[in-house]
Write a protein that binds this ligand. Structure first.
Ligand code: HAM
Length: 435
């Protein structure tokens, strides 16, 4: 019988790497708390219409990458409906904002999330079919200041702080403005017109996009199309006064805060909800899939989903890609060894004595763990040689607990890196092991 494996594009995350995932998530939560964000948890699957309307029918995500199924009704009171595993979480957050009438509070909503997303993409390094995002959204009624360019700058400054605190060296922030929906409409017209004489020489995807959604042509990665794309009009020339002033205020605040960025007029992003500021942080160490994170402003998304006016801005970080980047930086390698291995020394044949020494070892391990140490616990039934071999693989030190040690309260500790054996009084053991 053939053995079953994880589905293509999905993977199991195992220790010790999961320790790094946990550290990243804990750092993100701590940074978000300092910026007054709270956590939102939305369902992993939603009504398919949410993504069709929110992300856009013509995007790659909706047109070819979603995991969608017809969910059969289980009772007469239910209707069968089309459901989709979330390919991203901004649409879900805005749906929850509308559903819970969070706009009624009159306050800005500052929400973050950490969780899996699903896209049927071609798997490769840094690109999976189940992947994880750490994201955040700031949205609210215009009266709460949700349209202010200060919000954009604050979100970008927070990202720079988070990446720095995680120890990610060498990121680049690419920044652009795709204008208001009116600016984009004018730009789309100009692009459509400019594409007419050249689109025949472009890839099949571009030929389709030129008709359905010309902006998407700028996302094209086909090398032969690049010289043509470079000749197309740029969005910066189509921004009205308001959009120009908004973008200028974002860059001025970033300059003041000392957050470095690169202007990139082709950064239109692969989702249709964006307006004005768009951005991506890239990292050279990632190879082809070099976007660590992406985001932008979506001033019309709530209304596109039938909600009130609720401009917003947000981002999502590819957690898998953060991990890849940190693993490539040696200093971030997760701790893989426990502080100590507590090895009870028993007599496998004398069940009473064995039970007593094992119980004593559990008590010692409990004491040390309560003091914050990372402890692995052996078994008095092991021979001493086996205890040493196991300890050497799992911990930095071994603590021997035999009848003598139990009586005297003085423990024998061996440090593997130096080979030195030391006698340590029980009361001093925790301090000794933490060094
Ligand atoms: P996105 O650019 O589609 O934006 O995804 C954000 C990040 O998720 C990417 O930069 C990348 O790091 C990671 N990512 C995307 N697809 C994959 C994949 N197949 N495998 C591994 N990592 C992946 C959004 O999702 C928007 N919702 C971001 C946003 C929030 N905009 C406003 N608010």
């Amino acid at each position: 019988m053939s053995t079953l494996k994880a589905v293509r594009g999905t993977r199991d995350l195992l220790p010790p790497e999961t320790a790094l995932w946990n550290r990243i998530e804990a750092t993100a939560r701590a940074v978000f708390a300092r910026y007054n964000f709270g956590e939102i948890r939305t369902p992993v699957f939603e009504d398919t219409a949410l993504f069709a309307r929110g992300v856009g029918e013509e995007t790659d995500i909706v047109s070819k990458e979603m995991y969608t199924w017809e969910d059969r009704a289980r009772a007469q009171s239910e209707k069968s409906q089309s459901l989709t595993l979330r390919p991203e979480n901004t649409a879900g957050v805005v749906r929850a904002y509308i559903e819970h009438q969070l706009g009624e509070t009159g306050q800005l909503q500052k929400l973050y999330y950490i969780g899996p997303q699903f896209r049927r993409e071609r798997p490769q390094k840094g690109r999976y079919r189940q992947f994880y995002q750490i994201g955040a959204e700031v949205l609210g009624p215009p009266s709460a200041g949700s349209e202010s360019p200060l919000r954009d700058a604050e979100v970008l400054e927070m990202l720079a702080t988070l990446l720095d605190e995680l120890g990610i060296a060498g990121w680049t922030l690419h920044l652009n403005s795709v204008g208001s929906s009116a600016d984009r409409a004018r730009y789309n017209e100009a692009l459509r017109a400019a594409l007419v004489p050249v689109v025949g020489q472009m890839c099949a995807d571009c030929q389709r996009r030129a008709v359905t959604n010309p902006l998407r042509v700028l996302d094209c990665k086909v090398p032969a199309d690049q010289p043509i794309i470079e000749t197309l009009p740029v969005i910066a020339d189509f921004l009205d006064e308001n959009s120009q002033a908004h973008f200028a205020a974002v860059t001025a605040a970033l300059d003041a805060a000392g957050v470095p960025y690169t202007l990139n007029h082709r950064l239109v992003r692969g989702l249709d909800y964006y307006t004005r500021t768009t951005f991506e942080f890239t990292h050279g160490g990632l190879g082809a899939q070099n976007a660590l994170l992406g985001g932008g402003r979506y001033d019309g998304l709530s209304e596109m989903l039938g909600g009130p006016k609720a401009p917003g801005i947000g981002f999502a970080i590819g957690l898998d890609r953060l991990v890849l980047t940190l693993l490539a930086q040696e200093s971030a390698a997760p701790q893989v060894l426990a502080d100590a291995f507590v090895a009870p020394l028993g007599d496998a044949k004398d069940k009473t004595k064995l039970a007593r020494i094992n119980a004593a070892a559990l008590v010692l391990a409990r004491e040390l763990r309560h003091q914050g140490l990372w402890i692995e616990l052996g078994d008095g039934g092991f021979r001493l040689k086996k205890s040493f071999e196991t300890a050497d693989k799992t911990a930095r030190r071994i603590v021997i607990l035999g009848e003598d040690e139990l009586q005297s309260g003085i423990l024998t500790v061996k440090t593997f890196s130096t080979g030195i054996q030391t006698k340590v009084p029980r009361a001093e053991l925790a301090v000794f092991l933490s060094n």
